[in-house]
Design a binder for this molecule. Structure first.
Ligand code: PEP
Ligand code: MG
Length: 756
């Protein structure tokens, strides 16, 4: 019967420390470790498997199994119970291991008689290095304390591996990602600028030298002191005039501050230190666990929060190491481009604005905290450049295109020249866009097209005058709710909407009410996972089931728009009754404001988003209820083609320039015009010149897009003959090609329509 806690983990840790201090080889150390763990835990078997290149797990040391199997037994990734532990990064605790379907019998090890099995991952820096196991003959389940103790030991073991000597630790990384040759990555562009600079590797890991506490009370005290200093430093970051944080950048750091004060996080670190670890090891253990948990959940929003926590944990480690606020970031070269797997917003701010020109990340979404801060620092930013942080070396030349998301590492001189030419061309185009910025978007035959921009944060508003957009055709209000840690109060919402309207001046703004659900989840709200979130409890459906949410938002919008025109857009309307119900809620708020004698908007217009195909067949009816309709083509075509827009395997499978899609748009435009209704389109396709050309040919006269696309689309419009394109597109609708893109591009080339 195992009795792992017989002497308690602290005694074990003390003995481990002695072994760690001995001047012996790494292999020798592992052999001693397994024997010590087995004895201390009254386990008949203790084995260590480590991950090697090629992703197999190799038996490195054992007490209890055949020694002859050491360095011979190799398990493929996911093979056997050991493989399962490595794959899931979770402990596996079984009373009858051979009966488990994952069990893989290896005769050379002689493990037949052992029934109970406990395996825990050896984790360091979010990476699984290997697996530590104990086994006993008796068929019993190991206790929670035993699992906990073995995890603590595994952490010390990770340190032995990280110290090297067993094998070249670098081989744990993909070897093919470490060549010297030029490499290109196709990431996602998250800001408009481009940059050429020198790689600065963001090396967030602070090396933890001491794992086991001499004096646990002292370690708790050190942890508390470091937490106090961390909180102070985050507070002062907000007060710093040097950083001059404003708008969203400031809100992001305010949200980040809440983490620094999180009691649950502090308690978990205290608990880890109480098991006998040093303060540093406690911080690291909690962080590793959080990271793995979040990775497994696969929720992009949670992952973003985990980056904030990583950032805080590294800061704590720096305080514990006595480095205080000294950050290596101070010595970066001119034209620095930071390359990192992921990063928190405060870490980016540590580098200062002066020398930084770009940022390349492997993980970050458009709305992630670090991306928001990077944009407010004016950096060229590319994300999802998978593998770049392994391939890049400090000092390498790097090209970052924040518009296309392309990243070129160690580029050939010819590439640098091509890039310089590309930058110049782009500068010319930008200069041309600036010249036409204040001109109307009018076709060659004199038809005016309204070009609006999409926005979601205050940070976007300066683009209104920079791009020359006619107004904001879609303001995604949920983004403001998503970056905060708590539901914004009424007064905050009013101030925010008012600031948006002030920034827009005379130009109209269309506020879309909260479009939550699907892939947009509030970090502070409890959310039930759904099998098909895109078809689930989303947008107006939530608003109607939780009317207080919509009424509250309408209240804020009404107050913020006193004396002005207020445009409210309801997302994901499926039928007219639903729209009328939501409109009635807004009307009740208007009535309430009137009874309270609050100042009123000059005019209130309520529109519906056409994103659900069913509504396309109700255009005449919805046009009688709604003041305007905006086609959300991103969602509409997700439903029309039955492709999940968030699933990269299928998202691009069908082209919106497919005859069926264009025929549907034509139907919508025709039935809207029978009612002389106000119709626009605000999905991503509106911002692509070729797609916009087709949409205009089908009769759309208002398009809303990313501000960066206003110039190119206007240039296209100014070179377009509307009559010609209308006839052409009308005929195209009867074709059977999967995509009409090539035909449309040929038409544009022939007629000199600027679509590049
Ligand atoms: C759309 O669906 O086209 C749209 C504009 O809304 P979102 O992309 O925010 O879902
Ligand atoms: Mg949508």
């Amino acid at each position: 019967m195992p009795a792992l806690t017989a002497t308690g983990p602290r005694t074990l840790l003390r003995r481990l420390r002695e072994i760690m201090a001995e001047q012996i080889s790494a292999q020798n150390r592992l052999d001693k470790l397994v024997s010590l763990i087995a004895t201390n835990m009254v386990a008949e078997v203790c084995s260590i498997y480590l991950r090697r290149a090629g992703k197999y797990l190799e038996l490195f040391a054992t007490e209890g199994l055949n020694r002859g199997a050491v360095h011979k037994t190799r398990l493929k990734e996911g093979e056997g119970l050991v493989g399962l532990v490595a794959e899931t990064a979770e402990p596996v605790n079984l009373s009858d291991a051979p009966a488990d379907p994952h069990f893989s019998y290896r005769p050379e090890t002689g493990e037949d008689p052992y029934k109970s099995f406990l395996g825990v991952p050896v984790v360091r820096g979010g990476q699984v290095f290997g697996v530590l196991t104990v086994q006993n003959r008796a068929a019993v389940l190991y206790s929670e304390e035993e699992v906990e103790a073995l995890q603590t030991v595994a952490m010390v073991l990770a340190e032995v591996v990280a110290q090297g000597g067993l094998f070249n630790i670098a081989e744990l990384d993909e070897p093919e990602l470490r060549p010297d040759r030029p490499l290109s990555f196709k990431g996602e562009g998250l800001s408009e600028s481009v940059a050429v600079g020198q790689v600065v590797l963001h090396e967030p890991r602070v090396k933890v030298e001491r794992m086991i506490a001499d004096n646990p009370q002292e370690e708790l005290k050190r942890l508390e002191e470091a937490i106090a200093r961390l909180r102070e430093s985050v507070d002062s970051m907000l007060d710093s005039s040097e950083l001059d944080l404003t708008g969203e950048g400031r809100e992001v750091i305010e949200a980040y501050r809440l983490f620094a004060y999180d009691q649950g996080w502090r308690q978990r670190m205290r608990d880890a230190v109480r098991t006998g670890l040093t303060a540093e090891a406690g911080v690291e253990r909690v962080q590793d666990e959080t990271r793995l948990r979040v990775q497994r959940l696969g929720d992009p929003l949670l992952r973003e929060r985990a980056h904030d926590l990583d950032d805080l944990a590294r800061r704590l480690l720096r305080y514990l190491a006595g480095d205080g606020d000294q950050h290596p970031a101070q010595d970066i070269p001119e034209n620095a481009v930071i390359v990192a797997r992921a990063m928190g917003p405060a870490e980016l701010l540590d580098y200062g604005r002066e020398k930084l020109v770009g940022l390349v990340l492997e993980e970050a979404a458009t709305t992630s905290h670090v991306a928001i801060v990077a944009r407010s620092m004016g950096l060229a930013l590319a994300s999802s450049a998978v593998g770049v942080s392994d391939a890049a070396r400090a000092g390498d030349t790097i090209l970052v295109d924040g518009e296309t998301g392309e990243v070129h590492l160690r580029p050939q001189p010819s590439m640098v020249r091509t890039y310089a030419a590309k930058r110049e061309l782009r500068a010319h185009r930008v200069a041309h866009f600036a010249r036409i910025r204040d001109m109307p978007a009018v076709t060659k035959d004199g038809v005016h097209i309204r070009l609006m921009m999409n926005a979601g944060l205050l940070l976007d508003m300066p683009h209104l005058s920079e791009s020359g957009a006619d107004g904001v055709g879609l303001f995604r209000t949920e983004l403001q709710f998503m970056i905060g840690e708590t539901m914004p109060r009424l007064s905050d919402q009013i101030a925010f909407y008012k600031a948006v309207l002030d920034a827009a001046g005379d130009k109209p703004v269309v506020f879309r009410t909260l479009d939550l659900g699907g892939d947009k989840v509030l970090p502070y709200a409890r959310w039930e996972r759904e099998a098909n979130p895109a078809l689930g409890w989303r947008a107006i459906r939530i608003a109607l089931d939780r009317p207080a949410l919509l009424r509250y938002q309408a209240r804020a919008l009404l107050q913020s728009a006193a004396g002005r025109v207020l445009n409210i857009l309801l997302p994901l309307v499926s039928d007219v009754a639903e729209f009328n119900q939501a409109r009635a809620l807004i009307d009740r708020e208007t009535e309430r404001a009137r009874l309270l004698g609050l100042p009123q908007p000059k005019q209130i217009r309520v529109g519906a988003m056409l994103e659900v195909p069913a509504l396309a067949f109700m255009l005449p009816q919805i046009m009688r209820s709604a003041d305007f309709v905006s086609i959300g083509s991103n969602d509409l075509f997700q439903f029309v083609f039955a492709v999940d827009r968030t699933n990269p395997r299928v998202a691009r499978r069908y082209d919106p320039l497919n005859p069926s899609a264009l025929t549907l748009i034509r139907l919508i435009v025709q039935s809207a015009s029978e009612q002389a209704g106000d119709l626009s389109l605000c999905g991503e396709m509106a911002g692509r010149p070729l797609d916009a050309m087709a949409l205009i040919g089908l009769g759309l006269r208002t398009l809303s897009m990313q501000p960066v696309n206003i110039g190119p689309v206007k240039m296209m419009i100014q070179s377009l003959d509307l009559r010609e394109v209308s006839q052409f597109v009308d005929k195209l609708c009867s074709r059977t090609d999967g995509s009409l893109r090539t035909r449309l591009a040929a038409f544009a080339a022939e007629r000199g329509v600027a679509i590049k």
